[in-house]
Design a protein around this ligand. Structure first.
Ligand code: ASP
Length: 324
C-alpha cells in the first residue's frame, strides 16, 4: 500500500574510483551526464507508473550495460585471455529472492539473466558455461564477441596482458602488489537500488570485473551480501570498488546487519563500513543505498563515483566528484 511519507526513489552508480575534474574534460562530463540521465529516465519511468523497484533496477542497469562508457555488458573489460566475462546480481528486498551470474560470456544484459536465474532456475547463483546454457534455454538475448569490443578497454588490456597484474577499471594506486593503477580514464561497474511506492526495495549490480583477471576471478558484485543486497526491513545496497576487500568485509550485508541488529541509521551504517571497516583492510570504493521509506545515501571513500538519483519529491542528482 502506498504510504504518504514514503518517497519513490531510484539511485544508480557507474563506478567509483579516482574520478576527479583532472581526469575529465567537458565532453566526457557531458557524455557521462547524458548516460546517467538516460538510465535514471528509463528506470524512474517504471517507478512513476507504479512499477516495482525490481523492474526499475533491471531497467536502469540494462541501459548502462548497453553503453560502452561503463565496465558492464557491452563495455566490459578484457580478461587475461582477452575475453569479456561478466558478473551480475539482483535481489528483491520484499522476499529476499536473489539471482546472480558470474563469468558469463556473450550475454547482452547480464542483469536480465540474473533476474531469470532468480525467477526460473530454482537456484541463486550460476556460473560460466552452465549459466550460458541456462540463458540459451530461457531465450535470453545473446551478442557476438564483436559487440563487446571496446578499443580503450582493449588497449588497457594490451598494456598489461603480458603481466600477472590485474587492473581495476578505476584508478586505484594503493591496491597492493596485484593491482596496477589504471592509466586510462574509463571507470565503470554499474548498479542501481530503488524504493517503489509500495515500500519494496531492490538492488542490482553488473560488471566486467577487472582488466586482465585470471583463473575465473569473481569480485564482490555478483556475491549476495558482498556487493549486492536488499531487505525491506533494512536497506538495498549496490557496491563498486576493489572487489576483494568488499568480499572480505561482506559490505552490503554488514550494513544491513548494523541497521537490523544495532539500530543504526542507513547513513551511519554505510559510513561505519565504507569509511572505517573497509578502509582498515585497504578497500577503496563506494556504494548507493536506499531504505523502504526512500531515505537514501551515496557513500564513498574514493575520490568520486559516477552517480545519479531521482525521487518523487522531484529531486534529481547527477554527479561524479567527491561528496562533501
Ligand atoms: N567491484 C568490481 C569487482 O571487483 C569492480 C568495480 O566495482 O569496478 O569486480
Amino acid at each position: 500500500m502506498a504510504n504518504d511519507s514514503r518517497l519513490t526513489t531510484l539511485l544508480i552508480h557507474g563506478g567509483a574510483g579516482n574520478i576527479t575534474p583532472a581526469i575529465m574534460n567537458k565532453e566526457q562530463e557531458a557524455d557521462y551526464s547524458a548516460a546517467l540521465k538516460e538510465s535514471l529516465d528509463a528506470g524512474y519511468a517504471i517507478l512513476h507508473k507504479g512499477g516495482s523497484a525490481l523492474d526499475a533496477v533491471v531497467m536502469a542497469i540494462s541501459v548502462m550495460e548497453d553503453n560502452p562508457l561503463f565496465n558492464a555488458g557491452r563495455g566490459s573489460v578484457f580478461t587475461k585471455k582477452g575475453l569479456n566475462e561478466m558478473d551480475a546480481a539482483l535481489m528483491d528486498g520484499s522476499n529476499l529472492a536473489a539471482g546472480a551470474v558470474a563469468g558469463v560470456r556473450n550475454i547482452k544484459n547480464p542483469i536480465v539473466l540474473a533476474k531469470e536465474v532468480m525467477l526460473h532456475s530454482g537456484h541463486v547463483f550460476l556460473s560460466g558455461s552452465g549459466a550460458g546454457e541456462f540463458a540459451l534455454s530461457q531465450g535470453i538475448e545473446m551478442a557476438p564477441d564483436e559487440y563487446f569490443f571496446n578499443e580503450s578497454r582493449y588497449d588497457q588490456w594490451l598494456e598489461i596482458r603480458h603481466t600477472n597484474y590485474t587492473q581495476l577499471d578505476h584508478k586505484a594506486d594503493n591496491l597492493k602488489g596485484h593491482v596496477l593503477p589504471n592509466p586510462g580514464e574509463k571507470f565503470g561497474t554499474v548498479g542501481a537500488v530503488a524504493c517503489d511506492q509500495y515500500g519494496n526495495i531492490a538492488a542490482g549490480t553488473s560488471t566486467g570485473g577487472m582488466t586482465n583477471k585470471r583463473f575465473g576471478r569473481i569480485g564482490d558484485s555478483p556475491v549476495i551480501g558482498a556487493g549486492t543486497y536488499a531487505n525491506n526491513a533494512t536497506c538495498a545496497i549496490s557496491c563498486t570498488g576493489h572487489g576483494e576487500p568488499f568480499l572480505r568485509a561482506v559490505v552490503a550485508h554488514d550494513i544491513s546487519c548494523l541497521m537490523e541488529y544495532k539500530g543504526l541509521s542507513l547513513q551511519d551504517a554505510c559510513n561505519t563500513v565504507i569509511k572505517d571497516k573497509l578502509v582498515k583492510i585497504g578497500g577503496e570504493g563506494g556504494l548507493i543505498a536506499v531504505d523502504a521509506l526512500g531515505n537514501y545515501t551515496f557513500c564513498i571513500n574514493s575520490a568520486g563515483m559516477y552517480r545519479g538519483m531521482r525521487n518523487s519529491e522531484g529531486k534529481e542528482v547527477v554527479a561524479f566528484y567527491g561528496l562533501d
